[in-house]
Design a binder for this molecule. Structure first.
Ligand SMILES: [Zn+2]
Length: 252
């Protein structure tokens, strides 16, 4: 498969064709720590706006599966434990964004991961007249750690329980097979804290880049509300983006 050169041209050419009628494609960059419910909000946005969610992880797997040059190159680096260069990641993303299903907009998940990627993306999207907006789901890390610590799993059948909304009938025992429930390695407080710290260290510089460069950013408290309530706040945020609201952005 032929891939476009790393420049804004493919994205720009495509969006200019489709931006008649005053509509501009909407690029939503979604950030959220582990436990913030980012995946759920992403699904809500896809369903509401009818635009695709672009995940670098999914794209990479697709390229590896199809044996493309870029996929093979990235997979080899990852296997060797090397960092994947920003140039390759950008190439992968821009190729995806030039496909027809991204004409009206898209939701980016897991990209950009570095300020350099963010700068390149901003250049490309700016050239194409795309409206860029960042949504950052903020969580109280202590709440997340406590929530994860309340989870239990059945080692036999894999059923998940938690102390708040899905307790087993008998404390510490699986309802289905009577097996003693255990705490998953990934849910242990020290493991969760390490993941949150890693997220913070990786994401903070990218968020700072967006803030400095004046990209519209909405930060929503995602620890104290239900997923539906958080989504309502995001809808209000997005409707406020322009005077004509979302009609101008994605024709909604
Ligand atoms: Zn069980």
């Amino acid at each position: 498969m032929a891939l476009p050169e790393l420049e804004s041209a493919p994205v720009a050419a495509r969006t200019q064709n489709c931006s008649d009628g005053g509509r501009r494609p909407l690029a939503i960059v979604l950030f959220g720590s582990p436990g913030s419910g980012k995946g759920t909000q992403s699904k809500f946005l896809v369903r509401w706006l009818g635009i695709p969610q672009i995940s670098t992880g999914d794209m990479l797997r697709e390229h590896v599966r199809n044996g493309t040059a870029i996929g093979t190159s990235i997979a080899a680096r990852m296997k060797a434990g090397e960092l994947v260069p920003d140039r390759l990641v950008n190439e992968l993303v821009f190729e995806r964004l030039s496909r027809p299903d991204c004409e009206r907009g898209f939701i980016l998940d897991g990209y950009p991961r570095t300020p350099e990627q963010a700068a390149e993306m901003k250049r490309a999207l700016g050239a194409s007249g795309t409206t860029e907006v960042v949504i950052h789901l903020l969580v109280d890390y202590n709440v997340i750690i406590a929530r994860m610590a309340g989870r239990r799993v059945c080692p036999k059948c894999g059923t998940l329980y938690n102390a708040i909304s899905n307790r087993p009938a008998k404390e510490g025992v699986c309802d289905l097979d009577g097996e003693t429930l255990v705490v998953r390695e990934d849910d242990r407080p020290e493991v969760v804290r390490a993941r949150l710290n890693e997220y913070e260290a990786l994401t903070r510089p990218v968020i700072d880049f967006f803030r400095r460069s004046g990209v519209k950013m909405f930060e929503e408290n995602a620890s104290d509300y239900t997923p539906q309530e958080i989504f309502e706040k995001i809808r209000v945020d997005l409707a406020d983006l322009t005077e004509r609201g979302l009609t101008e952005l994605v024709g909604k």
